[in-house]
Design a protein around this ligand. Structure first.
Ligand code: ADP
Length: 395
């Protein structure tokens, strides 16, 4: 089967065409600046990237360009659109309605729309992408894979906030968690890689990218995760603050004469390691600044690592133990000095880092010493492949 995986944002759209039998990527790329001017990046496996500047006033036109590129006579990956057997869509927020991937019927689309309030930046964009694909490929089955679904197994004690219960009853204000596709994929792969039975395992996944979250996965099911109602809660991230005292919102608003939406914008886009360091949200820049002795960059890296270590500790408590810790995503897979900083806090678990193994990047690797009581590893995530697998499993 060939599955087209689509991750549609408000002005961009990432895609991959995957053969689900071989799990090879046949072609991939992205559309950028949709509705502004437009740029298509397309890469067939084994060939160089092609970049085309072209007007893309709407998502439908962007997807049409992707489909044209996929069937292009010279550089296309397939001969006709009939070779696309299904489309798997990433959907950010499924609220409490979706605990698993689902075929995108009209009723399901209406239910996703009802979750728009919970993810106003993401869900409407996801829906636009789905509707555009449905118009262009009316007979191709479409599947929605939700970032929140994997976390729906969290118990009430993990997802309820300490606020009046009526806000949960009226508006479903609770913790949902995100990056679920990645946490699910990585926890399964971690168990497989370490030869563990996932049904009798306690795994902590640290998905450390621009957006970052930690999850506690017991017997293959998520029991807690660090993001909440929105992806702002939890770890200190590239530009997001993560956990803080809610009083800070009012305090900054008053001192700086800002509105609540303006303060929220600062917490989402100007905080995190970027706001703390004044250097960058990118850990490659931060590592260079750290090595030069830049004090603010050092603070930012230390705060980032400390927060991750504290979350890991709390999830050891939540599961009454841990068998394995898996690092994944851009920073988790590539940034050894941050992994080392985090592992320095975890000696009490009987973990010793293998410094040589910790130099690895982007490959499944055990980075704890053989005598460590808890196995620590790098497990590269692959959300597109996970979406492809979910799509095939459903169909
Ligand atoms: P997201 O998908 O949330 O945008 P990523 O998972 O791509 O984020 O992670 C981005 C982070 O990973 C950046 O801080 C970047 O510095 C870090 N990183 C470090 N080394 C690499 C690398 N070789 N390739 C990609 N990202 C890297």
């Amino acid at each position: 089967m060939n599955v087209l995986v689509i991750n549609c944002g408000s002005s961009s759209l990432k895609y991959q065409l995957i053969n689900s039998d071989t799990e090879n990527v046949l072609a991939k790329g992205l559309c950028e600046r949709i509705g502004i001017d437009g740029r298509l990046v397309y890469q067939k496996a084994g060939l160089d990237k092609e970049i085309t500047e072209a007007d893309m006033p709407t998502h439908k036109q962007a997807i049409q360009m992707v489909l044209d590129a996929l069937v292009n006579e010279k550089t296309g990956a397939i001969a006709s659109l009939a070779e696309i057997d299904a489309v798997g869509h990433r959907v950010v927020h499924g609220g409490e309605k979706f605990a698993a991937s689902t075929i995108l019927t009209d009723e399901v689309l209406a239910a996703i729309e009802e979750c728009n309030d919970l993810a106003p930046l993401h869900n409407p964009a996801n829906l636009i992408g789905i509707n555009a694909c449905k118009e262009l490929m009316p007979n191709t089955p479409m599947v929605g894979v939700f970032d929140t679904a994997f976390h729906q197994t969290m118990p009430k004690k993990a997802y309820l906030y300490g606020i009046p219960y009526e806000y949960y009853e009226k508006y479903k204000v609770r913790r949902y968690g995100f990056h679920g596709t990645s946490h699910s994929f990585v926890s399964k792969r971690c168990a497989e890689f370490l030869g563990m039975d996932i049904n009798h395992s306690k795994i902590i996944v640290a998905h450390l990218g621009n957006g970052a979250s930690v999850s506690a996965v017991k017997d293959g099911k998520c029991v807690d995760t660090s993001m909440g109602l929105t992806p702002l809660e939890g770890l200190v991230m590239g530009t997001r603050s993560g956990d803080l005292d809610p009083s800070i919102l009012e305090f900054i608003a008053q001192k700086e004469n800002l509105t609540l939406p303006e303060v929220m914008d600062i917490l989402n886009k100007k905080s995190g390691v970027q706001g703390m360091s004044r250097v960058s949200s990118d850990f490659r820049d931060l590592e260079a600044a750290y090595d030069e002795g830049n004090e603010l960059a050092i603070n930012a890296c230390e705060v980032f690592a400390y927060r991750v270590a504290k979350y890991i500790g709390s999830y050891v408590a939540a599961m009454n133990g841990v068998d394995a810790i898996a690092f994944t995503a851009g920073i988790g897979e590539n940034t050894s000095f941050i992994r080392a900083m985090i592992l320095e806090y975890l000696g009490y678990l009987g973990i010793t880092m293998d410094a040589e193994a910790n130099k690895a990047r982007g490959v499944d690797t055990i980075i704890s010493t053989p005598d460590s009581k808890v196995k620590v590893c790098i497990i590269p995530t692959n959300e597109e492949l996970a979406i492809c697998r979910e799509t095939v499993a459903l169909l």
